[in-house]
Design a protein around this ligand. Structure first.
Ligand SMILES: *Cc1c(COP(=O)(O)O)cnc(C)c1O
Length: 351
């Protein structure tokens, strides 16, 4: 098997910059970003602030830093953050909320990573000195562990309004916000309307080698920049990366529809394979989650890997496959055929 035959569905972070993206990077005009002198970064920030409907924006190395800085700007140590129990910031950011902003998390049990205004209302309590001060509500659009589910615009609006009535700030983890926009036909600024801060990731489905942009009011972004600097996230000629991000905005947004179609196609092709449980109709964007037999996810992904297809075990029996820029419809069909063959082999061996 050559490298080219290997089909990597582990994550949409596995994309490599295309030749055209690399050319845009090589041609980027650059300056000292830390002194706000990088023209490519400045242009990207203006574009992203407009895209997200916010006053200002900050360029960051990663989405994780965007979440962690947002928590630190919105909250003081000891404050509580309300978010869905499956949130990325709980399970995948190295304990950052506790270690960096010093906040506690109060998880809300949503459905597929999405909770509604009544669930939030039930979680909000009176401000009493013996309880942690509730300060921030977070929504993840799309929900990663929720299977790429898209928060409906109305739910986002109602949750944000409920938060604001209770004087809580709102933050949107928009790692895959543009996937939600393409899937729903609703513009990014509309999704983000009620959210005080929001960010998008360029290293996921957009296919850039790095970069995230966090947006909010001018005052929020000034403070976010201060923390970015304090935490060592201020860069120098990062216009090289911003050029890749801008290239992605120009060329890799509309095509997310292909990733979504491929994800649905993949889900449809493996539904009905022996031993696989999947709600194929739930696939809305580029993340496909399915279950194999109890406790079998680790062995399943190892067997797939040996056959040239990579997915990840996300739980004892849960497997995730992600479609992206570097896998076309043909690769998806081959990957689905490998899954079906493996399931058939397991079924025969078991009988
Ligand atoms: C990937 C991801 C992040 C973190 O982004 P990085 O750029 O990988 O640091 C945050 N939230 C969600 C929902 C993600 O999927």
């Amino acid at each position: 098997m050559t490298v080219a035959d290997f089909i990597d569905l582990a994550s949409d972070t596995k994309t490599r910059p295309t030749a055209a993206m690399r050319a845009a990077m090589a041609a980027a005009e650059v300056g000292d970003e830390r002194a706000h002198e990088d023209p490519s970064v400045n242009r990207l920030l203006e574009r992203c602030a407009a895209l997200l409907g916010k006053e200002a924006a900050v360029f960051l190395p990663s989405g994780t830093m965007a979440n962690e800085i947002a928590l630190a700007v919105h909250c003081r140590p000891g404050d509580a953050v309300l978010c869905d129990a499956t949130s990325h910031l709980i399970g995948f950011e190295g304990g950052g909320p506790a270690a960096l902003a010093g906040v506690m998390i109060e998880p809300i049990a949503g459905r597929r990573g999405i909770f509604d205004a009544s669930a939030l209302r039930a979680a909000i309590r009176a401000d009493v000195p013996h309880a942690p001060r509730q300060r921030l509500v977070v929504a993840e659009q799309t929900s990663n562990l929720g299977g790429g589910a898209v928060w409906p615009r109305a739910t986002l609006d109602e949750v944000a309004a409920t938060a604001h009535e209770a004087r809580l700030a709102t933050h949107m983890d928009g790692a895959r916000l543009l996937n939600a926009c393409i899937a729903s036909g609703v513009a990014a600024a509309e999704h983000a309307r009620g959210w005080d801060s929001v960010w998008i990731d360029f290293s996921k489905g957009l296919g850039a080698p790095g970069g995230a942009v966090l947006a909010g009011t001018r005052a929020f972004c000034d403070e976010a920049f201060r923390i970015k600097l304090r935490w060592g996230g201020a860069m120098r000629q990062s216009g090289i990366i911003a050029a890749a991000c801008e290239y992605a905005l120009d060329h890799h947004v509309e095509r997310l529809a292909e990733d979504h179609a491929n994800a649905r196609r993949f889900a449809g092709l493996i539904a009905g394979a022996a031993g696989i449980t999947i709600a194929a109709d739930d696939v809305q964007t580029n993340l496909v989650y399915f279950d194999v037999e109890a406790g079998g996810a680790g062995a399943f992904v190892a067997a797939l890997q040996a056959r040239g297809v990579r997915m990840v075990a996300m739980g004892p029996s849960r497997v995730r496959a992600v479609t992206h820029l570097d896998v076309d419809a043909g690769a998806i069909e081959r990957a689905a055929a490998v899954v079906r063959a493996l399931c058939e082999e397991k079924r025969r061996n078991a009988s």
